[in-house]
Design a protein around this ligand. Structure first.
Ligand code: HEC
Length: 150
């Protein structure tokens, strides 16, 4: 009894070490978590648009950083075959996971570039717009291929 308990604890610890060493933290409920994260993305984009319209460049940096941070987590929130009735994820994601990951990385670097640009406080409205369009196009490029229509 004791021995088997110890071995269970040991394997759990070993599995934890394995996960930690891959740098991937598995979400308890990846579908709910990613849908929540994408909703936050939508709000962050709205905040960026408002800030652009009012010329408030400093207000763009935080939501852009938030988008970049979430983008870095996107691949880990799509474990193989994770769909349900609430999910709009298409099976194509897991047939083309390297491309899906590349699209998440593109969003991450474009959102980070927008954050860096606006953090200078010296970007022209045209520069901000160009950087923002790249972010919006990164969202669209992934949705076109990997998200079901509304
Ligand atoms: C790498 C691919 C990818 C990128 C990049 C991406 N999305 Fe998505 N998005 C998805 C997928 C796949 C879903 C469907 C997830 C699900 O329902 O399980 C989704 C769902 C959504 C949803 C719907 C959430 C809901 O209410 O069900 C919104 C809103 C959204 N994304 C906004 C954005 C915005 C804004 C960006 C860019 C800032 C973005 N996404 C970038 C793949 C992506």
């Amino acid at each position: 009894m004791k021995a088997s308990l110890r071995s269970i604890v040991f394997s759990a610890a070993a599995a934890g070490t394995l996960l930690a060493s891959t740098g991937m933290v598995l979400a308890a409920d990846p579908i709910a978590e990613r849908i929540h994260g994408f909703k936050d993305n939508k709000h962050a984009v709205a905040a960026i648009k408002d800030a652009m319209a009012s010329g408030h460049q400093a207000a763009i940096t935080a939501p852009a950083k938030q988008i970049a941070a979430f983008a870095a987590r996107i691949p880990s929130l799509f474990p193989a075959g994770s769909t349900n009735d609430d999910s709009k994820a298409r099976d194509a994601i897991w047939d083309n996971f390297p491309d899906f990951t590349a699209k998440a990385q593109a969003l991450q670097s474009n959102a980070q570039a927008l954050a860096d640009l606006t953090a200078t406080g010296k970007a022209t409205p045209a520069q901000v717009k160009t950087a923002f369009v790249k972010v919006a196009e990164s969202c669209k490029a992934c949705h076109l291929r990997y998200k079901e229509e509304e």
